[in-house]
Design a protein around this ligand. Structure first.
Ligand SMILES: *Cc1c(COP(=O)(O)O)cnc(C)c1O
Length: 424
């Protein structure tokens, strides 16, 4: 009966059966993911209970937002979940890049140096830092930047990291997810090793982790292994698909305070910022985030196995351990990238009837195709994919609010690539 429903939705019996075969082998890994989700679900629940979240917390304030009990309690909940002294969780933080920029700009002063010991940061941070010249960058404010790339095998270049740390080094930024690069994603344990090495050389340096796409993939977070700050977006994992906007910074009291005074104003800090009735989606999204993340993770592993078997190179591969929800598939041809994205779009709950096309997006040096049919515009915890139309013609995809939808999306993408004649 299920096969018939899939057939009505455009999945041929051959593709359906292949998917089922692969899934049978994945059961032990899926069981492990469910265990992680269970631990994280209880962690979030306990935080909500310990902070005595009440019905009143779900309401909002307007105007200045003084004494917004829901906002203040939510920040306590985040601090509990990430085991930090404090947190800033706001709808006024517009996206992940904004949260990261805020954390950097508020904790660095003219004359300080920022170090990335894990290679090039996420594209949008290049303009924040001033790697690419940009108005208002850290560089314009006299904050310098140095970078140590990972070794060819993905390891940390400890010798050069030690050399790069100097009297000006104030903050070290560590990106957990590979983002849209081919380097491996860092496990929380490896992040911990890097932080201990750095703190041994300079104990008072601030270690910040860009936590985007990594939240709830493991049972521990970077703040459990020495990070002073974790930063991320609420339209990725921790928003659980329900938060329509927002970002967070969780960490040491002083780091979070600095960020709050920068977000609002010196003297005002965390005391203002009306929540405008948006908080129930933040609370409920956080509550759902562990299981939503688990579904996305299963989808990524399923896709890796399906497309690897069809002969494409996939990063991470079919058996590697996972530390974020992103999956890359290299097609080697523009047609592969386009047909994959068409399949993802076709499987979306919103805008499934439109056909995505490659276009010249600002900030990119080639045409890019994006597939997203999301309830929250641009949300990448929902099933979404994109790929630049240039060699090696790889597509990056992530998300899926439920495992069942991720599975259907991946089967539809596979069918689309197959229908384009790219799979024997
Ligand atoms: C998504 C992402 C960002 C930026 O977040 P936006 O919400 O797109 O601004 C930064 N770093 C990493 C690793 C990301 O995945």
């Amino acid at each position: 009966m299920l096969q018939k429903i899939y057939e009505d939705l455009g999945i041929t019996p051959e593709v359906y059966v292949l998917g089922e075969e692969i899934l049978k082998e994945l059961n032990p890994r899926f069981d492990e993911i469910d265990k992680v989700a269970e631990i994280n679900q209880l962690k979030v629940l306990k935080a909500l209970q310990d902070c005595k979240v009440s019905e009143a917390c779900l309401l909002g304030t307007t105007g200045y937002g003084y004494n917004d009990i829901g906002r203040d309690t939510l920040e306590e909940v985040y601090a509990k979940v990430f085991h930090t002294e404090d947190a800033l969780v706001r709808p006024q933080i517009t996206c992940g890049t904004h949260a990261l920029a805020l954390a950097l700009m508020s904790n660095l002063r003219p004359g300080d140096e920022l170090l990335s010991p894990v290679g090039k940061p996420y594209d949008t941070l290049e303009e924040v830092i001033g790697i690419r010249d940009s108005k208002g960058s850290l560089k314009e404010y006299g904050i310098s930047y140095s970078q140590v790339d990972l070794l060819p095998d993905g390891g940390f270049d400890y010798d050069n990291i030690a050399k790069a740390i100097n009297e000006k080094t104030k903050l070290v930024t560590i990106q957990r997810s590979k983002g849209y690069q081919t380097r491996p994603t860092l496990s929380v344990t490896r992040i911990g090793e890097l932080i201990s090495f750095i703190k041994k050389i300079k104990p008072d340096v601030i270690c910040m982790v860009d936590n985007c796409y990594g939240e709830f993939v493991e049972t521990i977070e970077p703040t459990d292994v020495g990070a002073d700050m974790v930063v991320g977006s609420l339209i990725k994992n921790p928003g659980g698909g329900l938060a329509p906007i927002g970002g967070y910074i969780a960490g040491k009291k002083e780091c979070v305070e600095n960020a709050a005074y920068r977000l609002t104003s010196p003297g005002l800090g965390k005391e203002v910022g009306a929540s405008l009735g948006i908080l129930s989606s933040f609370y409920q999204g956080l509550f759902l985030a562990p299981t939503v993340t688990a579904g996305a993770l299963k989808g990524a592993i399923f896709a890796a196995n399906l497309f690897e078997r069809a002969g494409f190179s996939v990063v991470p591969n079919s058996i590697e351990s996972r530390h974020d929800i992103i999956q890359a598939v290299t097609f080697g041809t523009p047609e592969g990238v386009v047909s994959f994205c068409e399949g993802i779009q076709k499987a979306a709950p919103i805008d499934s009837f439109v056909t995505p096309e490659p276009w010249d997006m600002p900030g990119y040096d080639s045409k890019v195709i994006m597939a997203a049919g999301a309830f929250v515009s641009g949300s990448s915890i929902e099933l979404s994919a994109d790929g630049p139309i240039k060699p090696p013609f790889a597509v990056y995809f992530q998300g899926g609010l439920t495992w069942q939808h991720a599975k259907f999306g991946i089967l539809t993408a596979y069918q689309s690539v197959k229908n384009a004649g790219l799979i024997d």
